[in-house]
Design a protein around this ligand. Structure first.
Ligand SMILES: Nc1ncnc2c1ncn2[C@@H]1O[C@H](COP(=O)(O)OP(=O)(O)OP(=O)(O)O)[C@@H](O)[C@H]1O
Length: 276
């Protein structure tokens, strides 16, 4: 896809994110347990799974903010966490990370300066992202006086500064009304279609799955499946991604039971051998 910076990052045909045997330990426990997946460049890819399955941990790893990562994790053609990736990524955390005592515009001016955007382009860039998230009319409002959904959009606007090639968005539509949710999904697809931006978007709401071109379905620190929504539905012969996910979970649980059974059989064999 498009590599705006032309600096040897994501090449045509190369995925924007590629993971192989990716593992993360948190609090003495392995919370990502050997993930293999790819995020195609220029795609809107959904990361779906129940609460606690590891979506945020995976996103933190992708943006280089997670400790205890092993295995392969390449982002825009470089190892995750490389300093060179910093200006090429936008990350929006679940909790809006903006300053309550600054206005919306002041927040964005501050983030534009921190990001090192050229002084001459900063003002125009701030106005552009304000328009993109539909907050131009609230630009002079103190952030603390905004609604939760508006504050989330200020965070999103900050992540859009500098037109990053990869946007990592952790549940960006939580708490938004259906009209706003629809508008944001429209923006996500415009960014992908018009700018070639890759978007990795987490959600635990399955009805958002069909808005994505590709899905990575997770459960308990593992990838259950990665495919397009129609392919996932067809594979399980069901009408919705939610049903496909439930079918995959059931198959996965059966597998685990079989493996546990096989382990017990092996243990029993060992005991018999020792007793013999
Ligand atoms: N700071 C931490 N220390 C230890 N374990 C953690 C920490 N943060 C999260 N975990 C554990 O890591 C696992 C994955 O958590 P993570 O936040 O990545 O899940 P998630 O899928 O994003 O959940 P949600 O949808 O609720 O945000 C969970 O079992 C969680 O308890």
């Amino acid at each position: 896809m498009i590599n705006k910076n032309g600096d040897g990052g994501a090449d045509a045909g190369q995925p924007a994110v590629r993971a192989h045997d990716l593992r993360v330990r948190r609090g003495g426990r392995e919370v990502l347990r050997g993930l293999d997946f790819a995020v195609p460049a220029g795609s809107v890819t959904g990361l779906l799974g129940p609460s606690g399955c590891g979506k945020t941990t995976l996103m933190r790893a992708v943006v280089g903010a997670q400790k205890g990562v092993t295995g392969t994790l390449e982002v825009l053609g470089r190892p995750a966490g490389s300093a060179a990736l910093r200006p090429r990524l936008g990350y929006v955390t679940q909790a809006p990370s903006v300053y309550a005592d600054l206005t919306v515009r002041q927040n964005l001016e501050y983030f534009a300066a921190v990001l090192g955007l050229a002084r001459s382009t900063r003002a125009a860039e701030v106005e552009r992202v304000l328009d993109e998230v539909d907050l131009a009319a609230r630009a002079t409002a103190l952030t603390r006086n905004l609604s939760g959904g508006q504050r989330s959009r200020v965070s999103l606007a900050a992540a859009l500064l500098g037109a990053p090639e990869l946007l990592v968005l952790d549940e960006p539509t939580v708490g938004l009304d259906p009209v706003l949710r629809n508008a944001l999904w429209g923006l996500f697809h415009r960014l992908a279609d018009e700018r070639g931006t890759t978007l990795l978007i987490s959600s635990h709401v399955m009805d958002e799955a069909d808005r994505c071109e590709r899905l990575v379905l997770m459960r308990e620190g593992r990838v259950l499946a990665e495919d397009s929504p129609p392919a996932l539905r067809a594979r399980s012969g069901v009408a919705t991604v939610e049903e496909a996910f439930l079918a995959l979970v059931a198959a996965d649980a059966d597998n685990e039971k079989d493996n546990a059974g096989a382990d017990n059989d092996n243990a029993a064999d060992d005991t018999r051998h020792r007793e013999a």
